[in-house]
Structures are given as C-alpha cells and as structure tokens.
Write a protein that binds this ligand. Structure first.
Ligand SMILES: [Cu+2]
Length: 121
C-alpha cells in the first residue's frame, strides 16, 4: 500500500515539473464570463489573468458583430490588482461581442486571445 502511494506521489511530482503552468499570463476568468449570455449590457468588462501584467503593453478591445469598437478605449489595470485588466463599454444593444486581449506579463512574455459574450435580446 505504501509503495503504491509513493509511486503515485512521485508520478504527480514528475507531472508537475514537466508542465509549464503559470509560465505566462493567460486569461483565468472574465466578467461577463467567457461565452456567457448576459441579461443586460455590462458597463465594463473585467479580465483576470494568471500572472501580473505589464501595464504599458497590456490591452483589451471589444467589438460588435460589424467589427466596430464598442469599448471606451480606457483599458486599465486597477491599482492594487496587477493581474486584472478592465475597460469601459459604450451602452450596448443585444448582440454578440468579441473581446480581444493582448497582454505582457511581468516576466516579459506576451500572450493574447479572444472570446465572445452575448447580451440577451
Ligand atoms: Cu511567461
């Protein structure tokens, strides 16, 4: 039994060191949530990352189905929350919106991604 547990522990440790977890800033979660359907237009969108961000090189934009910018261009990392990126939104009608983020983490590694959310008709 002890031998079995030991094998398991060693296996988990080996797995842990081989995965490049937390190597860059990836999106952890967002509000509105990734792929969500929200009942009302949110005034801001907030993204939380797995690592602290470099403010000068981190940004996010939001576009509508026609590809037009619907954010207020005021992306910021709130004071005291260095892994968080938020941006204000124009008053939005129902529809599908694309959030595009590109960030540089404090370890200088860039990463980027996109997701959508929907506002209910
Ligand atoms: Cu990195």
């Amino acid at each position: 039994m002890d031998r079995l547990i030991m094998t398991f522990v060693v296996g988990v440790l080996a797995l842990g060191t081989s995965l490049p977890l937390q190597a860059h800033a990836f999106l952890d979660h967002a509000s509105p949530a990734v792929g969500s359907l929200v009942p009302a237009a949110p005034p801001i969108i907030t993204l939380w990352f797995t690592q602290d961000l470099e403010p000068a090189f981190s940004s996010v934009t939001v576009t509508n189905e026609a590809g037009q910018r619907v954010d207020l261009g005021n992306a910021q990392i709130p004071q005291g929350s260095p892994a968080e990126l938020r941006i204000g939104l124009k008053p939005l009608p129902p529809g599908t919106y694309l959030v595009s983020w590109h960030v540089v983490s404090v370890d200088t590694h860039p990463s980027e991604g996109t997701f959508t959310f929907d506002i209910k008709p």
